[in-house]
Unconditional design. Sequence first.
Length: 152
Amino acid sequence: MSLEQELTNRLRQAIKDRDGRTADVVRMLKTRLQERRTAKGFSGEIDDALVLDVIGAYRKQLQKAIGEYDKVGERGAAQAAQLRFEQEFCESYLPKGMDEAAVRALVQERLTALGIADAKQVGRLVGDIMKTRKGQVEAGDVKRIAAELLRG
């Protein structure tokens, strides 16, 4: 079963169970998929990779929003709690990320393989790693670790 169909089934079940929080998250994801489907220049099929990309992008937005609501303090606590629920829901569909040690080892290995010794070439390294590990590592983490390793 495709991820899109799985989301549809999850929405039906959430409505049946009167689980408003889950239904809201799934509706938001389905809306974002529909936006992607009708976007100018899109002429492909909605496959699992695209669904995961949409879920990952939404999770990243949630992370930023949670930080903003946390800054507000008690007034934003309820909204931050809802966003954390949505983030956990999204993470249940995404592949598990690599831990810090594994990312560090990967960056070191790719630095050596690509022959990069200058911090100006970090963009090439990030592109290389993101091609094969998208969803498993964050580009910012790769860039930060590469800068540390190149500094010595």
